[in-house]
Design a protein around this ligand. Structure first.
Ligand code: SIN
Length: 197
């Protein structure tokens, strides 16, 4: 029997899947909360100065929204190989029940999906910290994939675009946005002079 393969993205995989898929659809998983508790030394930080990226932590009443991708059977091995490499900084594959938004009010049972989770036993795990400290670390971090600020703001934008609320991400994005403006050189925050007549 052919079993569909779905991959559930809740971080950068929402706005930059960069793999071949047949279908994408917003959806959610339950029992998990998205948190900026994973250190990144290969994408949004460097060894010795890690950035902060999202992982999932168990939350009995939690619901985490993200983007689900259905991958064709012929592509599954190649896609998972590429994702294992991309997520090698502490993440492991985990099977979770996924509900697509379009099916949320139907009686249909959740479908199985693969999700990448960074658990506390990986060497880059940073864990909980006050949001102001997380924001300061994000503002200071940069890695081979770009700035940590960009990661936070793109994730917040992508969730907003799918009407998904996540207070942890929204509040961090606000702090990071304010911090980025405060740090901008004065000339950048001043309005441009009017063009000469
Ligand atoms: C994900 O997006 O699903 C995993 C975490 C990340 O790559 O940001």
């Amino acid at each position: 029997m052919h079993r569909e393969t779905w991959i559930f993205g809740y971080g950068s995989l929402i706005w930059r899947p960069a793999f071949r898929f047949e279908r994408m659809a917003p959806g959610y998983i339950t029992g998990w909360a998205r948190r900026f508790w994973q250190g990144s030394t290969d994408h949004r930080g460097v060894p010795g100065a890690p950035g902060r990226v999202v992982t999932l932590v168990p939350a009995p009443l939690g619901r985490c929204w993200g983007m689900a991708y259905r991958v064709a059977a012929a592509d599954v091995d190649e896609v998972l190989r590429a994702l294992d490499h991309r997520e090698k900084g502490g993440y492991a594959r985990c099977d979770v029940p996924l509900t697509l938004a379009e099916e949320a009010h139907a009686e249909s049972a959740p479908r199985a999906a693969i999700v990448y989770v960074a658990t506390p036993d990986n060497p880059d795990y940073l864990g909980e910290a006050p949001l102001s400290e997380i924001a300061a670390q994000v503002l200071a971090s940069h890695g081979p994939s770009g700035s940590n600020v960009e990661y936070v703001l793109r994730l917040a934008d992508a969730l907003a675009a799918m009407n998904a609320t996540d207070d942890h991400v929204t509040e961090l994005a606000q702090l990071v946005g304010q911090g980025a403006v405060a740090r901008a050189p004065r000339s950048e925050s001043r309005p441009a002079p009017a063009a000469a007549p």
